[in-house]
Design a binder for this molecule. Structure first.
Ligand SMILES: [Zn+2]
Length: 189
């Protein structure tokens, strides 16, 4: 039986070899920098996959308490869809903090979610923040985040257009979406 640390070391070695080969194959230093950054991010995310997933998530909106969330997990939605997350209502432009430590996987727009940010955390879980009015100006894909990092501001983008401003918060395991509510914990004070 192989000790997990040996497996980890082997994986790191393979990733570093990959970086070296990529460096040798490229001519432009700008490309090398960009690629090395990307590979390092993959290595860090790979490392996160080996950690057990967070059992407690901090409320992404500091002013709102968990008991104020009107549970709407798996409420039927148009087109045979189930609501895969929780809606946390707050005034437009209220800051949204990351519920976990992790890395920003994606910042982007889609029809349902509007402006969205996805963060990958321990165990490879993906935390999805949607309907943002705007993104925090300093965030970028690949950034490390903690529970004090502002990801963006509450809005009504995507299919929340015309409704009350809220954050749609989703948690995705490798097997699919799970209800975030039992995991959410109020912020201190
Ligand atoms: Zn929602």
């Amino acid at each position: 039986m192989t000790h997990p640390n040996t497996v980890k070391a082997r994986k790191t070695f393979l990733l570093l070899s990959g970086v070296l080969i990529a460096v040798l194959l490229l001519s432009s230093w700008a490309d090398v920098g960009r690629l090395t950054g990307k590979l390092l991010l993959y290595a860090r995310v790979a490392e996160l996959y080996f950690e057990p997933p967070d059992t407690e998530l901090l409320m992404p909106i500091k002013e709102v308490k968990t008991r104020q969330i009107a549970n709407n997990w798996h409420v039927p939605r148009a087109g045979d869809r189930l609501h895969e997350g929780q809606d946390i209502f707050a005034a437009k432009d209220t800051p949204i903090f990351s519920a976990t430590v992790g890395y920003i996987l994606r910042i982007g727009e889609n029809d349902l979610g509007g402006h969205t940010v996805s963060v990958v955390g321990a165990g490879g879980r993906i935390y999805y923040y949607a309907h943002l009015d705007s993104y925090a100006p300093e965030i970028a894909e690949g950034d490390h985040v903690d529970t004090e990092t502002v990801l963006g501001y509450v809005g009504t983008t995507g299919n929340a257009k015309g409704g009350s401003p809220h954050l749609h918060f989703g948690v995705y395991t490798r097997q699919g979406a799970i209800d975030p509510l039992p995991l959410l914990k109020d912020r201190a004070k």
